[in-house]
Design a protein around this ligand. Sequence first.
Ligand SMILES: C[S@@+](CC[C@H](N)C(=O)[O-])C[C@H]1O[C@@H](n2cnc3c(N)ncnc32)[C@H](O)[C@@H]1O
Length: 293
Amino acid sequence: MSDFNDHWLALRASADSAARADHLVATLGSLPVPAHGGLKVLDLGCGIGANLRHLAPLLAAAGHAHQQWTCVDRDSALLARLPARTHAWADARDLACAGTGAGLHIQADAWQADVAWKAMDLAVDVNRLPLPAGGLVTASALLDLVSERWLAILLRRCRTAGCALMLALSYDGRCGLSPAHPDDTRVIGLVNRHQRIDKGFGLALGPGAAATAGHRCSVLGYRVRAAPSDWHIGPELAELQRVLLDGWRDAAAQMADADAAGWLDDWHAAHLASIEGGTLQMVVGHMDLVVLP
Ligand SMILES: C[S@@+](CC[C@H](N)C(=O)[O-])C[C@H]1O[C@@H](n2cnc3c(N)ncnc32)[C@H](O)[C@@H]1O
């Protein structure tokens, strides 16, 4: 079990896809193409497989026409949704997608991918991750949950195994709401403190995740490329806005003094009215990183 559910992950998928710094993925074309079996990819905290579905066609366009994906998450309920979500995605694009017993095989005109998935607690098993030597380790919307110590172990192991990394959509602490409310800064400050609470890996890196990862990778001798991947969420994604607003209110309430209920409810009600009036614009800062050995 985790704090994430199928509904939330599906809801955020279109904002994620629109935000991602896809131009960074082209640099992964410089990874050697293995003679047999194609590029091996390990997706950490894969949820229902959004990162696989976003990245596989881009990796193909970068020259990796054959890919072998292993997707891991500790939440078996989310993993159980991955095949159906991937079948639906493939159907919508006229790609062949077939169960193989052990996983899925996706066949496009110009590329193919074998996909396996596995339940694993990354916090416990960081030293036992099936790192793909010379391949790619990826994660989307995971890095801000992990601790600095956990990240240091992962990056050292990746460097030793010669893995590249593609770390997408790490929240970086920037949030903007328009029309603004006088308490926005206060609420976002509390939300950002909440981001650093232990999410199962020790004290979380939260908004500092991408900067810390970039720095540590440079020290390890990786070439690091970073680019913003901010969410721009307008009225057309009103349900995502509502869920996000509720989440921020709840996170801020956990971090605030006992007398916060009044002003926090007023803040929430003001922005909810903007959502219902179709006028709210939200920006949520994220960073994407690609690092190459
Ligand atoms: C924000 S979601 C991102 C999911 C997916 N990568 C995406 O982009 O839609 C974070 C994911 O990390 C997983 N996760 C959190 N802690 C974990 C842990 N200790 N071990 C394995 N997975 C974990 C959650 O179950 C969830 O699926």
